[in-house]
Design a binder for this molecule. Structure first.
Ligand code: NCD
Length: 293
């Protein structure tokens, strides 16, 4: 059984093939390759983009999609997550797409079910489909060969599953990375890091801004996000005329992560990422579901 728990579940060759497929879906409507297939979405954490993106991707390929309303589900009545999953599995889905505040939940579920598990974000651990769409967006801009391109990831890296997945995925494609954050937002990592955004902007071809993951802070770290923004907001003043690609997984804290002017700037590809996300998720759903027979 194939699952997508982390980006390491796919080889470089498989990711390349996935991107070919995603490109074709952007050119023309996809064939209904997942007709009569069933996809269940199970989100224990809030989501705007990721859930709808997976649902649209599955529907575009002809699959039936059922969303389990977690707030009304039996886990609220004391059923364990595994029993919930086993019961969903008994209904014969081809894939369950799961998001959970606790790292490791998708992996644990994958050991209890007979269908493909797609990790749509688990705690601060991983968000593989987001990293895959981020890399796809970079390739669409710079071309297939990204070796030597420089990306600065800016923000609450320590608590970000998006950063975590990108930190594993992007070096496999030859990108150079720089982590940019105040000390308490920097992770334990061997990757180069700086607290100085100005230095990072001088260096980078690509800037990936992140939201401050306040929901994962045990104690408030900044009195106000405005204090963070003073040093780390990606503003038009700071970026100037530099030829950079600006990414953000959303949701954006406007004028904290990125200012109004940069959000409206053509160098900012946030909505491009959202569009590409549907195509990449289509390719991933198709590949794993059909591989599982
Ligand atoms: C991210 C997430 O949920 O991890 N958003 C997303 O999936 N597009 C990032 C975030 O919440 O800041």
């Amino acid at each position: 059984m194939r699952h997508l728990i982390t980006t390491d579940d796919l080889s470089v060759e498989e990711i390349e093939a996935l991107y070919e497929e995603a490109e074709s879906y952007l050119r023309k409507p996809p064939p209904k390759l997942l007709q009569n297939r069933l996809v269940i979405t199970l989100f224990f954490e809030n989501s705007t983009r990721t859930r709808s993106s997976f649902e649209i991707a599955a529907k575009r390929l002809g699959a039936d999609v059922v969303h389990l309303d977690v707030a009304k589900s039996s886990t609220k009545k004391g059923e364990t997550l595994y029993d919930t999953a086993a019961n969903l599995d008994a209904m014969g889905p081809d894939a369950i797409i799961v998001r959970h505040a606790q790292s490791g939940t998708p992996y644990q579920l994958s050991r209890h079910v007979g269908c493909a598990i797609f990790n749509a974000g688990d705690g601060a651990h991983a968000h593989p489909s987001q990293a895959l769409l981020d890399l796809f967006t970079m390739r669409r801009h710079f071309g297939r060969d990204l070796r030597g391109r420089k990306i600065a990831i800016v923000g609450d890296i320590r608590n970000s599953r998006v950063a975590n997945s990108n930190m594993r995925l992007l070096p496999r494609f030859g990108l150079e990375m720089l982590l940019v954050a105040p000390p308490h937002f920097l992770p334990d990592s061997d990757l180069p890091a700086t607290t100085d955004l100005r230095e990072a902007l001088e260096w980078a071809d690509i800037v990936m801004s992140l939201r401050t993951q306040t929901e994962r802070h045990a104690h408030p770290i900044y009195a106000s996000l405005k204090d963070y923004a003073k040093d780390y907001c990606i503003t038009k003043d700071r970026v100037g005329e530099r030829d950079i690609l600006l990414l953000h997984p959303g949701p954006v804290h406007r004028n904290i992560d990125i200012d109004d002017a940069m959000l409206a700037d053509p160098r900012c590809k946030v909505l491009e990422q959202v569009k590409n996300g549907v195509a990449v998720r289509m390719a991933a759903l198709k590949r794993l579901i059909l591989a599982n027979g």
